[in-house]
Design a protein around this ligand. Structure first.
Ligand SMILES: [Zn+2]
Length: 318
């Protein structure tokens, strides 16, 4: 049988090394040459076939028909779409990146074929699994090297398109949040409840955070709100709390009149089992001489003698 013959012959197979001392140089021809020259200049080009398709990387012949391609070069991408990929959890010495990455087929925008390149997803732990957001159809862009030589390595790798920003907006939020909270407490020290109106959605945020949580935009326009509002949701607590008058006591989310967001506060002045969603309340302030720069200036909220607000009017603020 052939397999036995192969097995018997195997030990005789030597290892071959093919080496060109000093390097190996050959002409790349006009088509590949144009592709590499454009790469050096920071552009991706393909070549058009007689049937109108755009091949990237370009070839001298249409692989479908064997015909010569046309002389028309077309700039494509540089952004593109991942058409398939293979994860490399443990990169080897000869790999283009020293951390986990994907080999991906990437079809640049405007091209009809895909090119193979490394896709860097910012995973640094060797052996790590492919991140969940790595998917066929993912949008990517090349990371060009500053010094280019006219080789496929002029693109260091592809990277995902930026679709989200994380840390910068978070930092902004915390810095401004501190200032906004200071300003809010300054108001409370004068017996006033101050919020911020968002330029985009128009809602009033109180206590303000310096940022609209709905739109992510900074807020600065101050609005003074009344100290009356509506209980949206609440919890009955059976563990003692130094701020509460008795046990059980009620903590509630209260939508101040005119506000677009609720705030958390105690509710007292009635038995805990009589607190209701939609109940109208007013802030019970401590005596003025006890006021400081603290929310403790408001002891809690007490019931107002007004009809409850229908559930429909508060259901978006729960
Ligand atoms: Zn807003």
């Amino acid at each position: 049988m052939p397999s036995e013959a192969t097995e018997a012959a195997e030990p005789a197979a030597p290892n071959h090394v093919l080496e060109f001392p000093g390097g190996y140089t050959r002409s790349v021809g006009p088509v590949i040459g144009r592709f590499l020259s454009e790469l050096r200049d920071g552009r991706l080009v393909g070549v058009r076939t007689r049937e109108g398709r755009v091949l990237v990387p370009p070839t001298e012949y249409d692989p479908d028909t064997g015909e010569d391609v046309t002389a028309e070069f077309v700039e494509v991408g540089p952004a593109g779409t991942v058409t398939t990929w293979s994860w490399v959890a443990r990169p080897g010495r000869t790999h283009p990146l020293d951390r986990p990455f994907a080999w991906a087929l990437i079809r640049p925008d405007g091209a009809d074929t895909a090119l193979l390149h490394a896709l860097d997803l910012g995973v640094f732990e060797v052996g790590a699994e492919a991140p969940r957001f790595l998917k066929t159809g993912m949008r990517v862009r090349p990371k060009w090297r500053a010094e280019r030589t006219g080789a496929i390595g002029d693109i260091e790798c592809f990277r995902p398109e930026v679709t989200m920003i994380g840390a910068p907006s978070r930092l902004e939020y915390r810095l401004k949040g501190g200032r906004a909270m200071d300003r809010f407490l300054e108001g409370v020290s004068e017996g006033r409840l101050i919020g911020h109106r968002c330029d985009v959605c128009g809602q009033v945020i109180v206590p303000m955070k310096g940022l609209c949580p709905r739109d992510g935009v900074p807020t600065t326009e101050e609005v003074e709100l009344p100290d009356t509002g509506t209980v949206t949701t609440y919890a009955v607590n059976n563990l003692p709390d130094p701020r509460a008058p008795e046990v059980p006591f009620v903590s509630a989310y209260i939508l101040l009149d005119g506000a677009g967001l609720t705030m958390l506060a105690l509710v007292a002045g009635l038995p805990a089992d009589q607190v209701r969603m939609g109940m109208r309340v007013r802030a019970a302030w401590r005596p003025r001489e006890e006021w400081g720069r603290t929310m403790a200036n408001i002891k809690w909220f007490e019931p107002l003698d007004e009809p409850d607000v229908p559930f429909d009017a508060i259901k978006d603020y729960l």
